[in-house]
Design a protein. Structure first.
Lengths: 149, 149, 149, 149
């Protein structure tokens, strides 16, 4: 991998200080074409009815997929989200929520992936709470692998 | 309309205290099958590069469409977002961003609409920054128009 | 399962005579919350450049997910597609294309699922050619399991 | 415009012979960042229940938006659909269906647009039957405007 869990954690802390300050977003794993990002349960993410808010879930899916791209391309890449489609399937419980992210394609210009937002229940079984697919525009890179600026 | 701009403002203040406290989200207009929601420019919504964050734009589109539904159905309806698809088209500037929302369909079970996120430039011309379509599940209502609980 | 591969094949032949007459669409598998539908390679599905057309891929994903729903609910259900989002990832080759379909949710009113459109290469390795997620509206059913008409 | 209605009609006849042979798809209009494509009512597009099939509507939206792009860029551009999201809103009647297409963005690498699929009723009023948004990848062009091959 171009970036480890520690590299990604440090990168997010610098690039997304608001996420990092909250301490709620934790990089659990990075692997070829994939990543896992955890959102620790906190009252801030709640919306009426005691459920986790849509924007918090959007953020988790989007940043999780961004981590999967960074793991492949390294920190120079400033990928930009161009499309995100999210289906909200079940009311999440008041527990940690994990984005299991997998890239379908990492092309020269576009990356496409899916994020399954899952929660572990009291019995340890995982429930799919929401599912997103997203497309990212990859900036042109020089032949040495660095971003062209 | 079942709810006026003032009704919607009071409703959001009660139901979404975090949005309301910020003072950033302002209901500009509600009309048949449509609504306009404004996000006042504030440093909080920024992400690296000085642009407005994706989650803030998601929230603006989602809450704006929710206002259009509430305007038609009244405050009893607890519509739930089931799908939201958003295209990010241009980097927004550091200015107010307005969601111009229009319902395509308001059925018994599903509502579908689109939100155009626009900014007025220094010359007054509007630029389309992002565009979302979303589906909401409408809870069953009694024949008298009230929600069945 | 409420319907077997043979049941589904007979159902599609009756309900979608155009698909069935072509002989191109074959139900490979039905299992809990899932199904596999194969589109045999045929010149008719080509578009300029020798690739399989977008509408053919749309049909494969849509009918494949419909089979997964029918397998769970039985032939009385007239589920209707309300939303379909498809990402085209790679040019398909001139070979069979299989929709591997999985339901994320089968609720009382909505079903949501994903279809991975894959091709086996000459070396047997599978390539993901396109990926779709879709939502279906489920008609009200009587308590005995039959559709309410 | 780089291409007129007649240019587009001739282009589609050559590039999409199957569409053209049917005689069902008619370019009604091309204008800056927009186009209208009509699908003449024909029994072939029907699905069970006497309604127009989803794949036919997919095709109408996709080809209509492609026409809007061709009108701007000319026939050299081989734009490729990368994402299409479609909401089916109402059962279409057994009448012509028109895709009113508008580009939201025509960038160097990506084009994004929306297609409203409408039908004129017996009273002349238009009904929105389906709504799609789609993204196209634009191939690199030489500085003289021609496609780089």
């Amino acid at each position: 991998m171009m970036m480890s869990v520690d590299d990604l954690t440090a990168f997010l802390a610098k690039e997304y200080p608001q996420l990092a300050e909250s301490g709620d977003f934790v990089v659990d794993e990075v692997a070829p074409m994939s990543a896992k990002l955890r959102m620790r349960y906190d009252r801030r993410h709640l919306r009426p009815g005691g459920t986790i808010s849509g924007p918090s879930m959007f953020t988790l899916a989007d940043v999780g997929l961004y981590c999967a791209i960074l793991g492949e391309l390294g920190p120079v890449a400033m990928a930009v989200t161009t499309n995100l489609n999210i289906n909200f399937l079940r009311m999440p419980g008041q527990r940690d929520l994990v984005a299991v992210c997998r890239l379908h394609k990492l092309g020269k210009r576009l990356a496409v992936g899916e994020a399954s937002l899952v929660q572990a229940g009291p019995d340890g079984r995982e429930t799919l709470v929401a599912h997103a697919t997203a497309t990212y525009s990859i900036p042109p890179r020089s032949s040495s692998g660095g971003a062209v600026i």
